[in-house]
Design a protein around this ligand. Structure first.
Ligand SMILES: Nc1ncnc2c1ncn2[C@@H]1O[C@H](COP(=O)(O)OP(=O)(O)OP(=O)(O)O)[C@@H](O)[C@H]1O
Length: 288
């Protein structure tokens, strides 16, 4: 029997004044890492905030960890089992890493001092910051601060982790380490993350949803997303007229994405190519 999804969203809508940030969004996902891709303003943060119970939708139904966040009792249950890394965590810069995470642990009702301190040390160690516990937040690098924010989200070993652009601003090495960390967290729990990095999705996520102008344009595996560009990527000595994208590769040839001419030298598409095909054409939602 397939386990019930951790999050089930049906017909979700939310407007900010005249802007429809989410328009009839339906999605369901369970254990493992699910990625949300979409350009700026697609509605990713709004959707994550709703799943994390930080705001309520105007329309639609939502079930998170078997509870209805539309009720006060449901929100409380969800918040007890949820870890949320917002886009802008809003640190108290004078706090040390330990103090910041402990503050979150207090809000999470870790009342007993000794138990709470052990939990703070556990999550700091989990993100590789055991040695930086006494450092002030303001003295940490961007990557280390991002890890402190993740440690805070891990307090209480949540069943659901909601991460808004967790790898933004990280250098390539930090991004790699962060990916390793998040991939491990996806084992036996549900992780929902938003990102602009197609590489993050390819290397981390077992499912991906693409949002565009508040609508779900694709839901499937990363490989299925890449396959949307099957037969649409080719190599040529020059940039092709009318290509959606074309660039000169290190080998000196051009990699073109679009409608290839007859006999074109087709190449294997990447997830980025599939994403480009999707957001640059005005098709209906694609389900793989
Ligand atoms: N507080 C707000 N007031 C008015 N409009 C808003 C507000 N927050 C978001 N929006 C609008 O809602 C839409 C969706 O925004 P959202 O932040 O959810 O997108 P996003 O996909 O997370 O974008 P980004 O990748 O830039 O973070 C955008 O058009 C945005 O301008």
């Amino acid at each position: 029997m397939t386990p019930a999804p951790t999050v089930r969203i049906e017909g979700l809508g939310l407007r900010y004044g005249r802007t429809a940030a989410l328009d009839d969004v339906s999605l369901a996902f369970g254990d493992g890492v699910t990625g949300l891709l979409g350009r700026n303003g697609a509605g990713k943060t709004t959707l994550l905030r709703i799943v994390a119970t930080a705001m309520a939708p105007d329309r639609g139904t939502l079930s998170v960890l078997g509870h209805d966040p539309g009720t006060a009792a449901g929100r409380l249950e969800v918040r007890r089992r949820l870890g949320y890394l917002p886009q802008d965590p809003g640190f108290y810069r004078r706090f040390t890493a330990f103090e910041f995470v402990e503050y979150v642990a207090i809000l999470q009702e870790f009342g007993h001092r000794r138990e709470r301190r052990a939990e703070v040390l556990r999550v700091l160690a989990a993100v590789g910051l055991a040695d930086a516990a006494k450092k002030k937040i303001k003295a940490l690098s961007g990557g280390m601060r991002q890890r402190v924010a993740l440690a805070a989200a891990l307090v209480g070993d949540p069943a659901l982790l909601v991460l808004d652009e967790p790898t933004v601003g990280l250098d390539p090495e930090q991004r790699l380490r962060f990916r390793e960390l998040i991939a491990g967290l996806g084992e036996g729990r549900t992780v929902l993350l938003s990102t602009h990095q197609t590489e993050d999705v390819m290397s981390l996520c077992h499912r991906v949803a693409v949002l565009d102008q508040g609508k779900v344009r694709f839901e499937g595996t990363p490989t299925e997303l890449a396959r949307l560009a099957d037969g649409r990527v080719w190599s040529a000595p020059a940039r092709a007229e009318g290509a959606l994208a074309a660039w000169r590769t290190g080998a000196g040839t051009y990699r073109n994405v679009g409608t290839p001419p007859p006999g074109a030298d087709l190449v294997e598409p990447t997830l980025e190519d599939g994403y480009l095909m999707l957001v640059d054409t005005s098709a209906e939602a694609v389900s793989a």
